[in-house]
Design a protein around this ligand. Structure first.
Ligand code: KG4
Ligand code: ZN
Length: 339
């Protein structure tokens, strides 16, 4: 069984091939054009997807050494994401499935981030340990922050989520205030490595239950920087590692506070993280330590499967293929798709 999967929900065009359950290729073309605008420009993103999609798919098939005619199904991201970007991947997938007369499989991007934990790549020395069902997943990306109870591969409930900004947005917007280029999350991570996380204190806010809010800390950082730069115009340049480490520490603590509460409320001790922000070294280290202290089984995805990629779309599609869960040609993208 050979699945070709396509991901185009935001600003990465990606294609992957999963053959008999093993990942054979995962090609990702990032769009650097957005850096100069300080964020993703939707119109430019869909144009770039149009340019990238054919070469990316061809490379994924070549790398996997699989001919189009050997494919069993075509999978694509139906949502959530930017409409124009989703349309490029969906149209391409539909046309290819129709032309090859094979099934089409729609995938929810947020479910796919979680299912990335089940990817085994061809050539991996050892199979990675997989979370057992039910598990809790903290899904943290540029557009979402969710606590999900994962009952089965395709049976998930969101038990908490952000009421405003996503945590990835909080990283990126903080980075912008520090004059760092987009996307700033990885740069905050980089500078934080040599800084003191307790140098500056930011308010974590109070959000009831398992929901999150990151708009308050964003405003607090804005005022903090404005006041300090007024007193010393070189404040940011002179203190960048300490500022980044303190921001990262606060955001990670906000995430882990809710995760601890979710464990208390559900009694589930199988804990996973997923999404772009799960690449953050501060989050990975803090969760590993907390897991040891609390005796949780913690699952952290390899870096390649944290940020957007088609390998995660392929593994999600495999679960659907096994259940015969196929999609009609009349399908259209859902920018605000929920589970
Ligand atoms: O999952 P993803 O690739 O795309 C969405 O579905 O949104 O996540 C992208 C987000 C961006 O906000 C980016 O800054 C953040 O993930 N990110 C990081 C790191 N790597 C990516 N944030 C903090 N530290 C990182 N190392
Ligand atoms: Zn994503």
């Amino acid at each position: 069984m050979n699945i070709l999967a396509i991901e185009s929900s935001c600003d990465e065009t990606s294609a992957a091939v999963l053959a008999n359950g093993l990942l054979k290729s995962n090609v990702i073309a990032a769009q650097l054009i957005h850096e100069q605008y300080g964020g993703v420009v939707p119109e430019l993103a869909s144009r770039a997807h149009q340019q990238h999609i054919l070469p990316v798919v061809e490379r994924a098939l070549n790398d996997a050494n699989i001919a189009k005619t050997d494919l069993s199904a075509i999978a694509f991201t139906r949502g959530p994401g930017l409409l124009g970007s989703l349309l490029v991947g969906a149209s391409f997938a539909k046309a290819l499935a129709l032309g090859l007369n094979i099934p089409l499989i729609e995938v929810n991007h947020m479910q796919a981030h979680i299912l990335a934990h089940f990817i085994d790549a061809d050539g991996d020395v050892a199979l990675r340990p997989k979370p057992a069902f039910p598990f809790l997943c903290l899904t943290v990306s540029g557009g979402h922050t969710q606590l999900v109870r994962v009952n089965g591969p395709l049976d998930m409930d969101v038990i908490g989520q952000t009421q405003d900004d996503a945590v990835g947005e909080a990283f990126d917007k903080s980075a912008k205030l520090l004059n760092l280029p987009y996307p700033g999350g990885p740069l905050i991570d980089k500078y934080a490595k040599t800084g003191n996380p307790l140098a500056y204190k930011f308010p974590m806010g109070e959000m009831p239950g398992l929901d999150f809010s990151f708009s308050g800390i964003k405003t607090a950082i804005l005022y903090f920087l404005r006041d300090n730069v007024k007193a010393n115009p070189d404040f940011i340049a002179q203190n960048l590692p300490d500022i980044c480490a303190s921001i990262q520490y606060t955001l990670v603590q906000m995430l882990l506070t809710k995760l601890k509460r979710a464990v208390r409320e559900t009694g589930i001790r199988e804990i996973a993280i997923a999404g772009g922000v799960s690449a953050n070294s501060g989050l990975r280290a803090a969760l590993t330590k907390l897991g040891d202290e609390q005796q949780w089984n913690v699952y952290i995805p390899p870096f390649d499967y944290c940020t957007d990629n088609a390998a995660m779309i392929a593994i999600a599609a495999q679960f659907k293929y096994e259940q015969g869960d196929f999609t009609a040609q009349t399908v259209s993208p859902l920018p605000r798709m929920s589970f």
